[in-house]
Design a protein around this ligand. Structure first.
Ligand code: 5GP
Length: 173
């Protein structure tokens, strides 16, 4: 297994996180923001992002995993659910990476059923070319090609999450 040089450096990550936080701060001024981090992958991005957001907010988390059933349909399992009241709140879902869109689409529809005042999605990385389900994304850190990446919270087999940068992961054959 090889983790190579940075694909996105610490500096690039920091700069983009601050830009995203600037947009979010402006858009949520005077609102009742509930920022929901999707664990585990978003834990580092989420904590950097909320610390850079200038408007008051409440935090909560959601633990979800997706897995393939019958080699095609993605199924999503919730291991920990949002505990804050969602109804009438301005909810911002914070994700590490969107790939097929199956996970986010499922979570989005589930939250919408609880009647939030608004629901927006922020993802640090977006593999747009892999999308199977069309899910609206309001804030995107970086669009990346179809490569498996690790670091900055993202894992391979729950490893490499603590790399401070994003790297392309290759399995040695
Ligand atoms: P989706 O439901 O959009 O297909 O999958 C989203 C989830 O797949 C992400 O939250 C993440 O856990 C995982 N994932 C997708 N692409 C990558 C990747 O390049 N690297 C890592 N570490 N996880 C990924």
């Amino acid at each position: 297994m090889v983790v190579g040089k940075p694909f996105l450096t610490v500096e690039q990550i920091q700069r983009r996180v601050n830009e995203l936080a600037g947009s979010i701060s402006a858009d949520y001024e005077g609102k009742n923001l509930l920022a929901v981090g999707i664990l585990k992958g978003a834990f580092i991005f989420y904590s950097d992002l909320v610390r850079a957001i200038q408007t008051p907010l409440s935090v909560d988390f959601l633990i979800a995993s997706s897995y393939l059933k019958d080699n095609s349909t993605g199924q999503v399992r919730i291991h920990y659910d949002i505990r804050e009241e969602v109804a009438d709140r301005d909810v911002l879902l914070v994700e590490d990476i969107v790939d097929t869109g199956v996970t986010l689409n499922y979570l989005r529809e589930r939250i919408l059923m609880q009647g939030p005042k608004s629901l927006r999605i922020c993802t640090f990385l977006d593999k747009k070319e892999r999308r199977e389900v069309d899910v609206p994304i309001d804030y995107i850190g970086y669009e990346i090609p179809n490569e498996f990446v690790v670091g900055y919270g993202l894992d391979y087999d729950n490893r490499f999450r603590n790399l401070p940068y994003i790297s392309v992961f290759k399995k040695r054959t």
